[in-house]
Design a protein around this ligand. Structure first.
Ligand code: NDP
Length: 339
């Protein structure tokens, strides 16, 4: 039979944002459940090395994930691994009900959703095999590992065009591969690409297969020109794929405010338009998506959630559940706390 568990706060996802939030809510003595569909780490587990986390000049993704998890657990957060969340619903009494795939229900006055996002994959042979070993979905994270190397970028939107330009700070040559003969990227970003002597655009072409081996990672890329039907190979050691990104917001039941791309809009306290539902990390609408920004936003979310829960409990002890819900819907968090 399904269990109902009561917590002060439920955190959905155990990437850098979720683990940072868990550290802070644990440290605030809140009963914290962290629900993670796989194992703690999130995108860190798809990243070979990182060199942009302050204090760690070069660290393996999984090592950093282990350090984050050990640190987060130190303050008492309970981690439920291999526990997929299917929905987070605000109930009429103001509590959230978070439902796991196995039927277990978690009840809490606040939820912090840090479920991240998923880069859209090409779905070609070798792509997943060499992910983190040549194949990447984040130039800011990984460009520095490709100094003086030849890399390929796939896509024709703003992300692909902008990141191709960024990659030339490190790579000796960047091939920008697009399936049509014009980019959808904004003209100003295209101008930078066309003026950059290190970038060569390959039009009307798709990537078909990533070559590599266990010792060297990626060693080459097979291409197919859709107009001439000609097949060629590039001796690239890196492949950066920017064909879109999907925020994992599907678990949030009910309407929440979001931007045109579906990322969750929040206030300065990381609270969404659903009072008590906070978000941090890759599924939040923001300028950039880094480990450090995810952690920073999660810190704010956890501290704000603590204030929200305190206020919720005070209000609950004063009156009916309906009154609690109404009071929380109309209260606002600010630098000074709840008003
Ligand atoms: P987009 O959806 O804008 O572009 C995706 C690109 O990938 C398109 O060129 C598309 O080709 C191509 N593509 C899709 N599927 C495949 C496939 N299977 N094989 C090969 N190519 C494929 O995504 P972005 O991530 O670039 O941008 C998302 C949003 O973020 C946009 O609104 C963008 O403006 C914004 N953004 C803004 C930035 C800025 O202003 N500096 C930087 C980065 C993103 P096709 O064109 O043929 O459909």
């Amino acid at each position: 039979m399904a269990k109902v568990r009561d917590y002060d706060v439920v955190i959905v996802g155990a990437g850098p944002a979720g683990m940072t939030a868990a550290l802070y809510t644990g440290r605030a003595m809140l009963r914290t459940a962290v629900l993670e569909r796989g194992f703690p780490g999130g995108e860190l587990l798809n990243t070979e090395y990182l060199d942009d986390v302050i204090g760690f000049p070069k660290i393996l993704g999984y090592e950093l994930a282990e350090k984050f998890a050990a640190h987060a657990k130190q303050f008492g957060a309970e981690f439920f691994e291999t526990t997929s969340v299917i929905s987070v619903t605000k109930m009429p009494d103001g509590y959230f009900q978070t439902e796991a795939e196995n039927g277990d229900l978690f009840r809490s006055p606040a939820v912090i959703v840090t479920a991240g996002g998923t880069p859209i994959k090409l779905g070609i042979p070798g792509e997943l095999e060499y992910a983190g070993k040549g194949v990447s979905y984040c130039a800011i994270c990984d460009a520095a590992f490709f100094k003086q190397q030849i890399v390929a970028v796939v896509g024709g939107g703003d992300a692909a065009v902008e990141e191709a330009d960024f990659l030339t700070r490190y790579a000796s040559k960047v091939y920008l591969i697009h399936r049509r003969n014009e980019f959808r990227a904004s003209k100003i970003l295209q101008k930078h690409v066309f003026e950059n002597p290190k970038i060569e655009v390959i039009w009307d072409t798709v990537a078909e297969k990533v070559d590599g081996n266990s010792e060297n990672g990626m060693t080459g890329l097979h291409l197919h020109n859709l107009v001439t039907a000609k097949r060629t190979t590039l001796e690239a050691t890196g492949l950066f794929i920017f064909v879109g990104f999907r925020p994992n917001t599907g678990v949030i039941a009910g309407h929440f405010e979001h931007d045109v791309m579906g990322y969750v809009l929040t206030d300065n306290a990381m609270m969404s338009s659903i009072p008590g539902l906070f978000v941090a990390g890759d599924l939040r609408s923001q300028l950039t998506r880094q480990v450090t920004t995810a952690s920073g936003d999660a810190t704010t979310a956890a501290i704000a959630a603590d204030k929200y829960i305190t206020r919720f409990k005070e209000t609950e002890s004063e009156g009916s559940s309906e009154a609690t819900r109404e009071a929380m819907e109309s209260s606002h968090i600010s630098a000074g706390g709840y008003t």
